[in-house]
Design a protein around this ligand. Structure first.
Ligand code: PEP
Ligand code: MN
Length: 363
Protein backbone atom coordinates (compact mmCIF):
# COMPACT_ATOMS: atom_id res chain seq x y z
CA UNK A 1 0.00 0.00 0.00
CA UNK A 2 1.50 3.40 -0.90
CA UNK A 3 2.18 5.55 2.12
CA UNK A 4 1.54 9.25 1.80
CA UNK A 5 4.70 11.37 2.27
CA UNK A 6 4.97 12.74 5.77
CA UNK A 7 2.55 10.34 7.40
CA UNK A 8 5.07 7.58 8.10
CA UNK A 9 7.58 9.94 9.74
CA UNK A 10 4.89 11.31 12.02
CA UNK A 11 3.91 7.88 13.19
CA UNK A 12 7.46 6.75 14.00
CA UNK A 13 8.61 7.83 17.41
CA UNK A 14 7.10 11.32 17.22
CA UNK A 15 6.15 12.52 20.70
CA UNK A 16 2.44 13.07 21.29
CA UNK A 17 1.64 16.78 21.50
CA UNK A 18 1.18 17.89 25.11
CA UNK A 19 -2.40 17.99 26.34
CA UNK A 20 -3.52 21.61 26.66
CA UNK A 21 -3.76 22.44 30.33
CA UNK A 22 -7.31 22.39 31.64
CA UNK A 23 -8.53 25.84 32.63
CA UNK A 24 -9.75 26.72 36.10
CA UNK A 25 -12.93 28.32 37.23
CA UNK A 26 -12.97 30.51 40.28
CA UNK A 27 -16.48 30.17 41.61
CA UNK A 28 -17.21 33.06 43.91
CA UNK A 29 -19.73 32.58 46.66
CA UNK A 30 -23.07 34.08 45.71
CA UNK A 31 -23.41 37.57 47.05
CA UNK A 32 -19.91 38.66 45.95
CA UNK A 33 -20.14 42.15 44.54
CA UNK A 34 -19.43 42.60 40.85
CA UNK A 35 -16.91 45.36 41.65
CA UNK A 36 -14.88 43.04 43.92
CA UNK A 37 -14.90 40.39 41.21
CA UNK A 38 -13.68 42.93 38.67
CA UNK A 39 -10.80 43.92 40.97
CA UNK A 40 -9.84 40.25 41.25
CA UNK A 41 -9.96 39.79 37.47
CA UNK A 42 -7.87 42.93 36.89
CA UNK A 43 -5.31 41.70 39.42
CA UNK A 44 -5.04 38.38 37.60
CA UNK A 45 -4.69 40.11 34.24
CA UNK A 46 -1.84 42.25 35.55
CA UNK A 47 -0.04 39.00 36.39
CA UNK A 48 -0.57 37.77 32.84
CA UNK A 49 -3.49 35.42 33.62
CA UNK A 50 -6.14 35.71 30.91
CA UNK A 51 -9.10 35.82 33.29
CA UNK A 52 -12.65 36.84 32.40
CA UNK A 53 -15.70 37.04 34.60
CA UNK A 54 -19.19 35.80 33.93
CA UNK A 55 -22.23 36.58 35.97
CA UNK A 56 -24.37 33.45 36.06
CA UNK A 57 -27.13 35.23 37.90
CA UNK A 58 -26.08 33.86 41.28
CA UNK A 59 -22.46 34.60 42.06
CA UNK A 60 -19.68 35.37 39.65
CA UNK A 61 -17.34 33.01 37.88
CA UNK A 62 -13.89 33.76 36.52
CA UNK A 63 -11.94 31.81 33.90
CA UNK A 64 -9.63 30.59 32.63
CA UNK A 65 -6.98 30.79 35.30
CA UNK A 66 -4.63 28.25 33.80
CA UNK A 67 -2.00 29.29 36.31
CA UNK A 68 -3.47 27.90 39.49
CA UNK A 69 -0.82 29.33 41.78
CA UNK A 70 -1.48 32.93 40.75
CA UNK A 71 -5.23 32.33 40.89
CA UNK A 72 -5.01 30.97 44.44
CA UNK A 73 -2.80 33.85 45.57
CA UNK A 74 -5.10 36.45 44.00
CA UNK A 75 -8.16 34.92 45.63
CA UNK A 76 -6.40 34.79 49.03
CA UNK A 77 -5.37 38.43 48.70
CA UNK A 78 -8.88 39.52 47.71
CA UNK A 79 -10.38 37.97 50.82
CA UNK A 80 -13.30 36.71 48.69
CA UNK A 81 -14.91 33.38 49.43
CA UNK A 82 -14.22 31.23 46.39
CA UNK A 83 -13.76 27.71 45.15
CA UNK A 84 -11.25 26.72 42.49
CA UNK A 85 -12.56 24.18 40.01
CA UNK A 86 -10.41 22.35 37.48
CA UNK A 87 -12.38 22.20 34.24
CA UNK A 88 -11.92 18.88 32.52
CA UNK A 89 -15.10 19.06 30.47
CA UNK A 90 -15.40 20.84 27.11
CA UNK A 91 -18.15 23.03 28.58
CA UNK A 92 -17.19 25.35 31.43
CA UNK A 93 -19.88 27.76 32.59
CA UNK A 94 -22.65 25.15 32.39
CA UNK A 95 -20.92 22.82 34.84
CA UNK A 96 -22.93 21.89 37.88
CA UNK A 97 -20.03 22.63 40.25
CA UNK A 98 -19.91 26.23 39.02
CA UNK A 99 -23.30 26.70 40.67
CA UNK A 100 -24.02 23.62 42.81
CA UNK A 101 -27.37 24.92 44.03
CA UNK A 102 -28.64 25.00 40.41
CA UNK A 103 -29.90 27.85 38.24
CA UNK A 104 -33.40 29.24 38.54
CA UNK A 105 -34.79 30.52 35.25
CA UNK A 106 -37.98 32.56 35.30
CA UNK A 107 -40.41 32.92 32.39
CA UNK A 108 -42.58 35.81 33.41
CA UNK A 109 -43.36 34.84 37.00
CA UNK A 110 -42.90 31.11 36.44
CA UNK A 111 -39.68 29.64 37.73
CA UNK A 112 -37.86 26.58 36.37
CA UNK A 113 -35.17 24.81 38.37
CA UNK A 114 -36.78 24.90 41.78
CA UNK A 115 -39.00 22.36 43.54
CA UNK A 116 -41.87 22.92 41.14
CA UNK A 117 -42.35 20.82 38.00
CA UNK A 118 -43.44 23.31 35.36
CA UNK A 119 -45.74 22.38 32.48
CA UNK A 120 -45.63 24.25 29.17
CA UNK A 121 -48.41 23.46 26.71
CA UNK A 122 -50.00 24.71 23.53
CA UNK A 123 -50.25 24.05 19.85
CA UNK A 124 -47.37 23.32 17.53
CA UNK A 125 -48.17 26.49 15.60
CA UNK A 126 -50.21 29.61 16.14
CA UNK A 127 -52.87 29.37 13.44
CA UNK A 128 -55.52 31.95 14.27
CA UNK A 129 -56.60 34.30 17.03
CA UNK A 130 -59.49 32.03 17.96
CA UNK A 131 -57.32 28.90 18.08
CA UNK A 132 -54.72 30.45 20.37
CA UNK A 133 -57.33 32.10 22.60
CA UNK A 134 -58.95 28.68 23.06
CA UNK A 135 -55.58 27.14 23.91
CA UNK A 136 -54.85 29.85 26.48
CA UNK A 137 -58.28 29.38 28.05
CA UNK A 138 -57.70 25.62 28.28
CA UNK A 139 -54.31 26.22 29.94
CA UNK A 140 -56.00 28.41 32.52
CA UNK A 141 -58.73 25.84 33.15
CA UNK A 142 -56.40 22.91 33.80
CA UNK A 143 -53.52 24.80 35.46
CA UNK A 144 -50.89 24.84 32.71
CA UNK A 145 -48.84 27.91 33.64
CA UNK A 146 -46.93 28.58 30.38
CA UNK A 147 -48.29 28.76 26.81
CA UNK A 148 -46.31 27.65 23.76
CA UNK A 149 -46.96 28.23 20.06
CA UNK A 150 -44.69 28.51 17.03
CA UNK A 151 -44.98 31.46 14.68
CA UNK A 152 -41.82 30.82 12.65
CA UNK A 153 -41.97 27.11 11.87
CA UNK A 154 -38.88 25.24 10.65
CA UNK A 155 -40.61 22.66 8.47
CA UNK A 156 -38.97 19.73 6.72
CA UNK A 157 -40.91 20.54 3.53
CA UNK A 158 -40.91 24.03 2.02
CA UNK A 159 -44.50 23.26 0.90
CA UNK A 160 -45.70 22.81 4.49
CA UNK A 161 -47.27 25.59 6.60
CA UNK A 162 -44.44 27.91 7.61
CA UNK A 163 -46.21 29.75 10.44
CA UNK A 164 -47.90 33.13 10.77
CA UNK A 165 -44.70 35.05 11.50
CA UNK A 166 -44.87 38.25 13.50
CA UNK A 167 -48.67 38.44 13.34
CA UNK A 168 -48.75 35.02 15.01
CA UNK A 169 -46.56 36.30 17.81
CA UNK A 170 -48.81 39.27 18.33
CA UNK A 171 -51.87 37.10 18.86
CA UNK A 172 -49.86 34.71 21.03
CA UNK A 173 -48.73 37.61 23.22
CA UNK A 174 -52.32 38.90 23.39
CA UNK A 175 -53.59 35.49 24.52
CA UNK A 176 -50.81 35.32 27.12
CA UNK A 177 -51.80 38.74 28.47
CA UNK A 178 -55.52 37.88 28.46
CA UNK A 179 -55.02 34.71 30.51
CA UNK A 180 -51.96 35.73 32.57
CA UNK A 181 -49.64 33.16 30.96
CA UNK A 182 -46.02 33.70 29.94
CA UNK A 183 -45.42 32.57 26.35
CA UNK A 184 -42.59 30.80 24.56
CA UNK A 185 -42.06 30.68 20.81
CA UNK A 186 -39.35 29.51 18.47
CA UNK A 187 -36.78 31.88 17.00
CA UNK A 188 -35.17 30.78 13.73
CA UNK A 189 -33.23 33.86 12.66
CA UNK A 190 -30.98 36.26 14.62
CA UNK A 191 -32.60 39.10 12.67
CA UNK A 192 -35.97 38.32 14.35
CA UNK A 193 -34.70 38.51 17.94
CA UNK A 194 -35.32 42.21 18.44
CA UNK A 195 -38.81 42.22 16.95
CA UNK A 196 -39.77 39.17 18.99
CA UNK A 197 -38.45 40.66 22.24
CA UNK A 198 -41.60 42.54 23.31
CA UNK A 199 -43.81 39.59 22.34
CA UNK A 200 -42.26 36.53 24.01
CA UNK A 201 -41.20 35.61 27.55
CA UNK A 202 -38.69 33.04 26.24
CA UNK A 203 -37.07 32.18 22.95
CA UNK A 204 -37.16 28.54 21.91
CA UNK A 205 -34.21 27.29 19.87
CA UNK A 206 -35.50 24.37 17.84
CA UNK A 207 -33.75 21.06 17.46
CA UNK A 208 -32.74 21.91 13.89
CA UNK A 209 -31.07 25.11 15.07
CA UNK A 210 -29.12 23.76 18.03
CA UNK A 211 -25.98 24.03 15.90
CA UNK A 212 -26.84 27.50 14.55
CA UNK A 213 -23.98 29.21 16.33
CA UNK A 214 -24.77 32.71 15.07
CA UNK A 215 -28.28 32.36 16.51
CA UNK A 216 -26.88 31.10 19.82
CA UNK A 217 -24.36 33.95 19.99
CA UNK A 218 -27.09 36.49 19.28
CA UNK A 219 -29.23 35.02 22.09
CA UNK A 220 -26.26 35.37 24.42
CA UNK A 221 -26.76 39.14 24.16
CA UNK A 222 -30.39 39.05 25.26
CA UNK A 223 -31.69 39.22 28.83
CA UNK A 224 -34.47 36.73 28.24
CA UNK A 225 -34.65 32.94 28.78
CA UNK A 226 -33.72 30.51 26.04
CA UNK A 227 -35.28 27.04 25.82
CA UNK A 228 -32.56 25.09 24.02
CA UNK A 229 -33.78 21.92 22.35
CA UNK A 230 -31.29 19.15 21.82
CA UNK A 231 -30.48 18.43 18.16
CA UNK A 232 -31.76 14.99 17.06
CA UNK A 233 -28.19 13.84 16.43
CA UNK A 234 -26.38 15.85 19.09
CA UNK A 235 -24.24 14.23 21.75
CA UNK A 236 -24.54 15.39 25.34
CA UNK A 237 -21.33 17.44 25.03
CA UNK A 238 -22.53 19.08 21.81
CA UNK A 239 -25.81 20.04 23.44
CA UNK A 240 -24.07 21.49 26.49
CA UNK A 241 -21.58 23.37 24.31
CA UNK A 242 -24.52 24.91 22.46
CA UNK A 243 -25.77 26.11 25.87
CA UNK A 244 -22.28 27.41 26.57
CA UNK A 245 -22.53 29.71 23.52
CA UNK A 246 -25.49 31.45 25.15
CA UNK A 247 -23.96 31.52 28.63
CA UNK A 248 -20.62 32.94 27.53
CA UNK A 249 -22.42 35.78 25.76
CA UNK A 250 -23.77 36.89 29.14
CA UNK A 251 -27.24 35.34 29.10
CA UNK A 252 -27.39 32.95 32.05
CA UNK A 253 -31.03 31.99 31.53
CA UNK A 254 -30.86 28.72 29.63
CA UNK A 255 -33.29 25.80 29.96
CA UNK A 256 -32.24 22.56 28.28
CA UNK A 257 -34.94 20.52 26.52
CA UNK A 258 -34.61 16.87 25.48
CA UNK A 259 -36.95 16.23 22.53
CA UNK A 260 -35.83 12.88 21.18
CA UNK A 261 -32.94 11.73 19.05
CA UNK A 262 -32.78 9.87 15.76
CA UNK A 263 -32.38 6.10 16.17
CA UNK A 264 -33.15 2.97 14.14
CA UNK A 265 -36.52 2.65 15.85
CA UNK A 266 -39.29 3.53 13.43
CA UNK A 267 -42.18 3.04 15.87
CA UNK A 268 -41.87 6.51 17.30
CA UNK A 269 -40.99 9.75 15.52
CA UNK A 270 -37.72 10.02 17.47
CA UNK A 271 -36.46 8.20 20.57
CA UNK A 272 -36.77 9.93 23.91
CA UNK A 273 -33.33 9.89 25.52
CA UNK A 274 -34.36 10.19 29.14
CA UNK A 275 -30.98 8.92 30.35
CA UNK A 276 -29.15 11.81 28.72
CA UNK A 277 -31.67 14.32 30.04
CA UNK A 278 -31.04 13.03 33.58
CA UNK A 279 -27.28 13.15 32.97
CA UNK A 280 -27.58 16.74 31.74
CA UNK A 281 -29.39 17.61 34.97
CA UNK A 282 -26.57 16.11 37.04
CA UNK A 283 -23.69 17.52 35.02
CA UNK A 284 -24.99 21.08 34.71
CA UNK A 285 -26.69 23.66 36.88
CA UNK A 286 -29.26 24.36 34.16
CA UNK A 287 -32.93 23.37 34.41
CA UNK A 288 -33.76 20.43 32.12
CA UNK A 289 -37.19 19.77 30.65
CA UNK A 290 -38.67 17.11 28.42
CA UNK A 291 -40.66 17.27 25.16
CA UNK A 292 -42.40 13.89 24.84
CA UNK A 293 -44.56 15.17 21.97
CA UNK A 294 -41.82 15.55 19.39
CA UNK A 295 -39.85 12.67 20.89
CA UNK A 296 -42.63 10.21 20.11
CA UNK A 297 -45.03 11.80 17.64
CA UNK A 298 -47.75 9.87 19.50
CA UNK A 299 -50.24 11.54 21.82
CA UNK A 300 -50.81 8.36 23.84
CA UNK A 301 -47.12 8.34 24.86
CA UNK A 302 -47.04 11.91 26.12
CA UNK A 303 -48.43 11.25 29.59
CA UNK A 304 -46.35 8.13 30.42
CA UNK A 305 -43.10 9.79 29.38
CA UNK A 306 -43.99 13.05 31.09
CA UNK A 307 -44.54 11.10 34.31
CA UNK A 308 -41.19 9.36 33.85
CA UNK A 309 -39.43 12.72 33.43
CA UNK A 310 -41.06 14.09 36.56
CA UNK A 311 -40.22 10.97 38.58
CA UNK A 312 -36.64 11.17 37.28
CA UNK A 313 -36.23 14.63 38.78
CA UNK A 314 -36.42 16.81 35.69
CA UNK A 315 -37.70 20.38 35.93
CA UNK A 316 -40.60 20.44 33.55
CA UNK A 317 -42.41 19.44 30.43
CA UNK A 318 -43.30 21.01 27.09
CA UNK A 319 -46.01 19.32 25.04
CA UNK A 320 -48.45 20.04 22.24
CA UNK A 321 -52.22 20.08 22.33
CA UNK A 322 -54.75 21.47 19.87
CA UNK A 323 -58.46 22.33 20.18
CA UNK A 324 -59.10 20.16 17.07
CA UNK A 325 -56.01 18.13 16.16
CA UNK A 326 -57.58 16.90 12.90
CA UNK A 327 -57.67 20.51 11.67
CA UNK A 328 -54.14 21.45 12.80
CA UNK A 329 -51.86 23.00 10.19
CA UNK A 330 -48.79 21.30 11.67
CA UNK A 331 -48.13 18.28 13.89
CA UNK A 332 -51.84 17.51 14.37
CA UNK A 333 -51.44 13.71 14.76
CA UNK A 334 -49.18 14.13 17.81
CA UNK A 335 -51.30 16.76 19.58
CA UNK A 336 -53.32 15.91 22.67
CA UNK A 337 -57.05 16.63 22.56
CA UNK A 338 -58.49 19.09 25.10
CA UNK A 339 -60.30 16.18 26.83
CA UNK A 340 -56.92 14.63 27.67
CA UNK A 341 -55.58 17.65 29.54
CA UNK A 342 -57.27 17.27 32.96
CA UNK A 343 -56.17 13.62 33.19
CA UNK A 344 -52.58 14.48 32.29
CA UNK A 345 -52.45 17.23 34.89
CA UNK A 346 -54.02 14.99 37.56
CA UNK A 347 -51.50 12.22 36.90
CA UNK A 348 -48.62 14.69 37.03
CA UNK A 349 -49.93 16.16 40.29
CA UNK A 350 -50.10 12.66 41.83
CA UNK A 351 -46.51 11.78 40.86
CA UNK A 352 -45.32 15.22 41.97
CA UNK A 353 -46.90 14.66 45.39
CA UNK A 354 -45.41 11.16 45.61
CA UNK A 355 -41.93 12.56 44.93
CA UNK A 356 -42.16 15.51 47.30
CA UNK A 357 -42.72 18.07 44.57
CA UNK A 358 -45.56 20.20 43.26
CA UNK A 359 -46.79 21.40 39.92
CA UNK A 360 -47.25 24.96 39.02
CA UNK A 361 -46.10 28.47 38.90
CA UNK A 362 -44.95 29.64 42.29
CA UNK A 363 -41.44 29.15 43.66
C1 PEP B 1 -41.68 22.55 18.10
O1 PEP B 1 -41.52 22.64 19.33
O2 PEP B 1 -42.75 22.85 17.54
C2 PEP B 1 -40.59 22.00 17.30
C3 PEP B 1 -40.51 22.20 16.01
O3 PEP B 1 -39.76 21.23 18.03
P1 PEP B 1 -38.34 20.61 17.62
O4 PEP B 1 -37.45 21.77 17.28
O5 PEP B 1 -37.93 19.87 18.85
O6 PEP B 1 -38.58 19.69 16.44
MN1 MN C 1 -44.47 20.71 16.62
Amino acid sequence: MPILPGRSGEAKGAAAPPEPEAPWLIALASGAAEREAQVLVEGLRLQGVAATWHDLGHGVICLPAAQRVQAEAAVAESGLAARLIRVETPYRLARRDALPQGSRVALGGVEFGGQRFVVVGGPCAVESRQQIQTCARLCGEVGIPVLRGGAFKPRTSPYAFQGMGLRGLEILAEAGRDYGLPVVSEVVDPAHIERMYPLVDAYQVGARNMHNFELLKALGDVDRPVVLKRGPAATLDEWLLAAEYVLIGGNSQVILCERGIRTFNANTRYTLDLATAVQAKGLTHLPVILDPTHATGRPELVAPLALAGLAAGLDGLIFEFHPQPELAKSDGPQALRPEALPGLMAQLAAVAAATGRRLGAEA
